[in-house]
Design a protein around this ligand. Sequence first.
Ligand code: 3PY
Ligand code: MG
Length: 233
Amino acid sequence: MTADVDLLRRLARSGVDWIAVDAQHGPVDRGALHGVGRALADSPVPWLVRVPSVDAAWIGAALDAGAAGVVVPSVTGAADAQAAALAARYPPLGERSWGPFAPLWGGVAPTPEAANQAVRCWVMVETPGALDEVDAIAATPGVDGVFIGPFDLALSHGTTVDALLEDESADGPIARVVAAARRQGIEVGAFAGTPQNALRLRAHGIGYVAVTTDAGVVSAGVRAVLDACDAPA
Ligand code: 3PY
Ligand code: MG
């Protein structure tokens, strides 16, 4: 939820498997993205950008800045998923334009073939249209994973995040997304926000979980420090 480069460098070395920079709800504009890319050029873990929308220009810019992949929100169906996938890869697989920043920052850009192989295009399932077309989305060439947004999925289905996560029926929204991903042999991920929700998502068989946010860990850390000071000696 921040674009603070010192915090991001620290988070990338804190034991997490991956981090995501949020350009949909966070304060990451195209200028900030470049600062983030320079700061994370030697990141020991992959870093992804959640782009603001299904936007080929933003997807290309995030990858030019060195992101290992993109998380594309607000997808309304298979056509959006295809547009996102095409934007994430160079021809002949897609329509990405050449313009990586790594060489300008003293690094080496991967070849187009290597970039196409390494990139990960995650498409979010968080709208009724995306859920209806989840099988076609998961089958879209170049979609490497489907990523559940429980907050928007709950909002758009007139339910709550708790009810969504507790729904263990085979035709429940989360089970449908997981099943579609499995059928197509692609990854499935989700946003949790809290460790409790992360465990509930893991119980649904979801392997890639955005457990918390930078703002969340700062608050939790401060709370833990203050509680430790209040504890009787
Ligand atoms: C959602 O839950 O809707 C999200 O997009 C999480 O970031
Ligand atoms: Mg969302």
